[in-house]
Design a protein around this ligand. Structure first.
Ligand code: Q46
Ligand code: ZN
Length: 263
């Protein structure tokens, strides 16, 4: 997934998985920088920001922070309300945008997805036959255009195991989930998989490992569609049209709240 000399950006939310990953890689002397996005979701974001900053200062690991409020002047909930879109849809687009921007200074981006996350995503993709997503589901996505490599080093460890690591190392992490995660369908998939795991231990691991072993023959990679990308007129990030999706959001939001400084 990466070499000892690579500059690694570790996306952290303040939760146990991402903090455990950052702690583990730092402990093994990799060149790591944490990357945290303050979503501006009231007490949840305040608590997460506090934990991430505390961890970075006690562990002496550099951390880079972007704030959604610096982009829009308000947090995710308010942006979603103004745009009349679900918070998670807005959040996903904004996080991707910020992460890709931050990744430009690094060789690889890592996230703390664990086995439970990966199995739930796979189950959801299969239940709805999301062929494109199934083909792309992988612990390691190569560089695409200007986008850095993205890897998930923890996908063979269960949520229980990463929680155990965090506990044994005395890592102080955020226990609360984002208030919007309750509506996430992935929770239902996780519950279903936990039921299967309890009846047949090892199910999650064999589900994900078996998929990755068979993916090449069942879902062979397709030739990527040639898409013409040009720099966004406003922020310079690569996009298919004049303004990227985040700059279009910024335009709409700035009609309602005072706009922050230009990007
Ligand atoms: S998408 Fe939705 Fe998550 Fe963003 S608003 Fe919260 S639950 S944090 S992974
Ligand atoms: Zn833009």
């Amino acid at each position: 997934m990466f070499q000892p000399g690579d500059r690694i950006l570790v996306a952290v939310s303040g939760g146990k998985d991402s903090i455990a990953l950052l702690h583990l890689l730092h402990h093994h002397n990799y060149d790591v920088t944490g990357y945290y996005i303050d979503l501006g979701i009231e007490s949840y974001s305040e608590m997460s920001t506090e934990k991430v900053l505390e961890f970075s200062s006690t562990a002496s690991i550099p951390i880079r922070i972007d704030r959604v409020r610096d982009l829009f002047g308000v947090g995710i909930d308010e942006v979603a309300r103004i745009l009349r879109r679900p918070p998670c849809a807005v959040c996903g687009t904004v996080k991707r945008y910020l992460m890709n921007r931050a990744a430009q200074d690094f060789d690889v981006v890592t996230t703390g997805h664990n086995l439970d996350d990966e199995a739930a995503t796979l189950l959801g993709n299969l239940l709805h036959w999301q062929e494109g997503y199934i083909r792309r589901q992988s612990p390691s996505l190569g560089e695409q255009g200007t986008l850095a490599r993205k890897v998930k080093p923890l996908i063979y460890l269960t949520e229980y195991e990463t929680a155990h690591y965090a506990f044994m190392k005395g890592l102080d992490t955020v226990v609360e989930e984002c208030p919007h995660s309750e509506r996430a369908t992935s929770l239902s998939y996780k519950e279903a998989l936990n039921g299967l795991e309890a009846a047949m231990p090892g199910t999650k691991l064999s589900f994900v490992k078996g998929f990755l072993a068979l993916k090449g023959s069942l879902f062979p990679p397709e030739e990527p569609e040639a898409i013409d990308l040009t720099p966004c007129n406003q922020c310079g990030s690569m996009t298919t049209v004049g303004l990227c999706s985040v700059c279009r959001m910024r335009e709409k939001v700035s009609a309602v709240v005072s706009p922050p400084e230009p990007l």
